[in-house]
Design a protein around this ligand. Structure first.
Ligand code: 5SP
Length: 224
């Protein structure tokens, strides 16, 4: 398995102290910053946009920023996030009229690409574009809110996505997002995830290093 990447979702951080929260969670051992963008249209909630991403870069955050667009349409905002310092930009195929074009647009801006699948969305869109995808993100909750319960059907879908990825000749990361924490990280990693988003499981604890350490230890059990 690839090295495990832990990407705390800043949606669950104390947003009044966002720069310090991100510094703290990266110092505590997190790998990426997961940046959830909600537009009150594709999902029934509103979060933050490129200016906040840029503010994190200006604050001095060097860790990769993994932008998850829960917006429709997607193309107009992609260059803004690339300019704001995103490293990877993911979107939902049903939110883009031209999935191939949106993936190419992300690449043209110098970022890595991700396609995101809601719990009830099949992986079909990958069939014709997998050669342009650097990361597959499986939602294990319906998107729009942090702090929801993990949907167990995701495990089967992770296995399906893992088989697809393993049949490719180039690396693609498999990320899971929603309701993931110490109680189920072993199961998601055993099912094929190599990149784990966790919001409330990390920011809801007083000691970020302790919870990230627990997540890594439990994930390692999947390999043994
Ligand atoms: O994209 C989303 C929700 O739409 C996620 O990134 C959640 O924000 C993860 O939060 P937890 O379920 O880990 O609290």
């Amino acid at each position: 398995m690839n090295d495990l990447i832990i990407a705390p979702s800043i949606l669950a951080a104390d947003l009044a102290r966002l720069g310090d929260e991100v510094d703290q969670v990266i110092r505590a051992g997190a790998d990426w910053v997961h940046f959830d963008v909600m537009d009150n249209h594709y999902v029934p909630n509103l979060s933050f946009g490129p200016v906040v991403c840029q503010a994190l870069r200006r604050h001095g955050i060097k860790a990769p920023i993994d932008v998850h667009l829960m917006v429709s349409p997607v193309d107009r905002i992609i260059p803004d996030f690339a300019a704001a310092g995103a490293d990877l930009i993911s979107f939902h195929p049903e939110a883009s009229a031209h999935v191939d074009r949106s993936l190419q647009l992300i690449r043209d801006q110098g970022c890595q690409t991700g396609l995101v699948f809601n719990p009830a969305t099949p992986l079909d869109a990958l069939r014709y574009v997998i050669d342009k995808v650097d990361l597959i993100l499986l939602m294990s909750v319906n998107p729009g809110f942090g702090g929801q319960q993990f949907l167990p059907v995701t495990l089967e879908k992770l296995r399906e996505a893992r088989a697809l990825i393993d049949a490719q000749s180039r690396p693609i990361r498999l990320e899971v997002d929603g309701g993931v924490g110490p109680d189920n990280i072993e199961a998601v990693v055993a099912a094929g995830a190599d990149t784990v988003v966790a919001g409330s499981a990390i920011f809801g604890q007083p000691d970020y290093a302790a919870v990230i350490d627990t997540l890594r230890q439990r994930a390692a059990r999947a390999a043994s």
